[in-house]
Design a protein around this ligand. Structure first.
Ligand code: CA
Ligand code: CA
Ligand code: CA
Length: 369
């Protein structure tokens, strides 16, 4: 006869306390279903405790790369983490220090996610133009100290110290370890770039309106401007390339005669000789909507440089800027020559008519006489 259960209450794990009609108390095993339910709950609890979401924080980011230009206008700090759930940056920040001086930058709100094997790029406003990728956060100019100093992330997460921060546009400090290597900033999206020496260029020199019709069959004049710190004689002219597609110069810059008489002169009259060259529009890769075009090149010691200038792209009907510069002078010359010819013919004709008139008058006078 099976016992009739009249009351139940928990005894210990896996057992129920029960009693029969005579009041004798004993324990029985729980049903398998109840045991599975309890085991499932424990598993779920374990998973929740050990899951990345439960570890969602910020402190697994480390400082991975640091750079500053000599004037402090182009600086960046790169962070890296191999873990997910590190986007909770709000309330934390980066501090640059040197002796008793320090600069602070605070993150606001959450950072971008996911974070596993991603970088965060915190850079000055001029960084994008110098390197070509968009930083995740903007630092004020001169944030990092140099040539010696340090950076910390946290507080109390990661701190790096340096004695000689590279300022050469080529190398940066990489951490952990602080080794010097070619700069390689990377943002959260995974975009990477390398800083290059910035130089100045002038597209359509002497003209404030740099209109370019991308479909034009003409050429675009570009002056690479020399300065106190940049001598265009140091340029390896075979490396010059203009526009997104890297058009080569139409002028043979390696020809000493061409170089001396057509390309190497002071275009903007500032006392520094410049390097003038022409690039075929359709080889530049400039497209409608582009608002900037850049000239890339290397110096003879293989230092990479880049200079950019603003442009306005226009459709074919409006893109007459440089074409008119080329076509108008000969047209004006032909027009002027034609006008002079007509004027001379008119003068001759007027002179002949006057003579005839004078002759007939004289005949009349003689007739009267
Ligand atoms: Ca890097
Ligand atoms: Ca210009
Ligand atoms: Ca000049």
């Amino acid at each position: 006869m099976s016992s009739q259960v009249v009351c139940r209450k928990p005894a210990r794990w896996g057992l129920w306390m029960t009693s029969d009609p005579r009041g004798r108390r004993f324990t029985v095993e729980k049903s398998m279903q109840q045991l599975l339910l309890r085991a499932g709950f424990l598993c779920l609890l374990t998973v929740l405790v050990s899951s990345p979401a439960a570890q969602a924080t910020f402190h697994f980011y480390d400082i991975s790369e640091v750079y500053s230009s000599a004037d402090g206008s182009v600086q960046f700090v790169e962070l890296f983490t191999s873990r997910n759930g590190q986007q909770f940056l709000g309330g934390h920040g980066i501090a640059a220090f040197r002796g008793a001086s320090s600069n602070d930058f605070a993150f606001i709100g959450r950072g971008p996610a996911p974070t596993a094997n991603r970088s965060l790029l915190i850079a000055t406003a001029s960084f994008e133009a110098a390197c070509g990728i968009v930083p995740d956060y903007i630092l004020p100019d001169g944030f990092l100290f140099g040539p010696d100093g340090g950076v910390s992330f946290g507080p109390n997460v990661d701190t790096v110290n340096y004695t000689l921060l590279p300022l050469d546009w080529v190398t940066s400090l990489n951490f952990p370890g602080g080794a010097t290597g070619t700069n390689s900033p990377e943002n959260h999206a995974g975009d990477t770039c390398s800083l290059v020496v910035p130089v100045r260029i002038d597209i359509n020199p002497g003209s404030d309106v740099d209109r370019i019709n991308p479909m034009s069959r003409s050429v675009i004049p570009v002056a690479l401007l020399g300065s106190d710190t940049f001598d265009v004689l140091d340029v390896d002219v075979t490396t010059l390339s203009f526009g997104p597609a890297g058009a080569p110069s139409v002028l043979p810059l390696t020809n000493p005669w061409v170089f001396r008489f057509f390309t190497h002169f002071d275009v903007n009259h500032d006392g520094h000789k410049d390097l003038f060259a022409l690039y075929r529009t359709q080889e530049t890769g400039i497209a409608l909507g582009d608002d900037e075009a850049c000239l890339n090149g290397e110096t003879l010691d293989e230092t990479v440089f880049r200079g950019c200038d603003h442009i306005t792209t226009v459709p074919k009907a409006c893109g007459l800027g440089f074409e008119l510069v080329l076509v108008l002078p000969p047209l004006m010359w032909v027009y002027g020559r034609r006008r002079r010819q007509i004027h001379r013919l008119e003068e001759r004709s007027h002179h002949s008519s006057s003579k005839m008139l004078l002759g007939s008058c004289s005949d009349v006078e003689h007739g009267h006489a």
